[in-house]
Design a protein around this ligand. Structure first.
Ligand code: APR
Length: 308
């Protein structure tokens, strides 16, 4: 039997995730959205593309959660996207209602599913989804770190003219402007970033990475990034379904790691068929640890506001 991935929210990120996932041919896909006809139309359109690209899988669009029954993975992208001038935190209360509902409905039909949360502010939404669904914390993970690290990798690649495959960057922390790009651990074919880039260029890349989401929001004017976020979710879904034991930067539940408790936060997380298998801890400098604590304080503040 094929794997099944349900994507809640068939907007830009949700439907682009379906596109990337279909190309990998690793699961049947269900798209759910509140807009009538839209998920059905997108699913059918993508289904009709498959003979051309030679992929066999089933796509279903629906306005009802029944269609998600027995999913292996639930991806939550439903919500409002940022507009220029809005921070991810501005979305907090509106998106909390949407994610609460999505978690309640999906867990009824897929009690064993693993949740991948994308809706912003995603560290907080992952926390909320885990509490509402009432599943063990290893079965919920938030997407942010893969995206933030990919942005940093793209900027380094553009700067140096070196293949993205040689560039390894690691970004920790909450998915906000306080995120912590780990320049010491990042490298180009093993050469530390700090040795290959002049300090001013490295500082500029760090800053651009932190503001990477906002840069796209300002350019698009309506809506936020979706190609790179969707590619990031796809990599996480692939790691889980194929039980790859792959270490990816992702928002995972912390119980003492990095000195943090009862929070979803961006850390290196090993992903496999059981979701988050293990969290890895870098030895951080004092400055890095301070930056991480600052980022965590922002996430904890928003979690507290929700009174979950
Ligand atoms: N149930 C199902 N779908 C919903 C609900 C709901 N209660 N409320 C909203 N949606 C749907 C919308 O109808 C829309 O199609 O969620 C979709 C969101 O899609 P977009 O507006 O295109 O936004 P997108 O760019 O995909 O971003 C979605 O992901 O990256 C984050 O910050 C981003 O929180 C935002 C989310």
């Amino acid at each position: 039997m094929r794997n099944k991935v349900s994507i809640i929210g068939a907007g830009m990120t949700g439907s682009t995730t379906a596109h990337w996932l279909a190309d990998k041919e690793i699961a049947d896909i269900v798209l759910v959205d509140i807009v009538e006809g839209m998920p059905q139309g997108k699913a059918l359109d993508l289904q009709e593309a498959l003979p051309i690209v030679g992929k066999d899988l089933r796509l279903v669009g629906s306005n009802a959660y029944e269609a998600t029954a027995d999913s292996d993975i639930i991806v939550v992208t439903a919500g409002l996207a940022r507009k220029p001038g809005m921070s991810r935190d501005d979305l907090l209360f509106a998106n909390a209602d949407i994610v609460r509902n999505a978690a309640q409905e999906t867990i009824r039909y897929s009690p064993n599913a693993i949740f991948v949360i994308l809706t912003n502010p995603l560290d907080v939404m992952a926390y909320l989804a885990q509490k509402v669904a009432g599943v063990p914390s290893n079965r919920v993970v938030g997407q942010a770190g893969v995206l933030d690290s990919a942005r940093m990798r793209a900027f380094v690649s553009l700067e140096l003219g070196i293949s993205v495959e040689n560039i390894h960057c690691y970004v920790l922390g909450g998915h906000g402007d306080e995120m912590v790009p780990l320049t010491r651990a990042s490298n180009v074919a093993g050469i530390p970033l700090e040795e290959i880039l002049p300090p001013d260029r490295l500082a500029a890349i760090v800053e651009r990475t932190r503001k990477g989401g906002g840069e796209i929001v300002n350019l698009l004017k309506s809506g936020s990034a979706y190609y790179a976020p969707a590619a990031a979710v796809t990599q996480m879904v692939d790691a889980i379904l194929k039980d790859r034991h792959m270490i990816l930067p992702a928002a995972a539940y912390l119980n003492g790691e990095y000195g943090l408790k009862d929070i979803f936060f961006g850390v290196p997380a090993q992903l496999g068929r059981n979701g988050v298998e293990k969290i890895f801890e870098y030895t951080l400098s004092q400055d890095e640890m301070a930056a991480l604590q600052k980022s965590a304080a922002g996430v904890a503040e928003n979690i507290a506001k929700l009174k979950v």
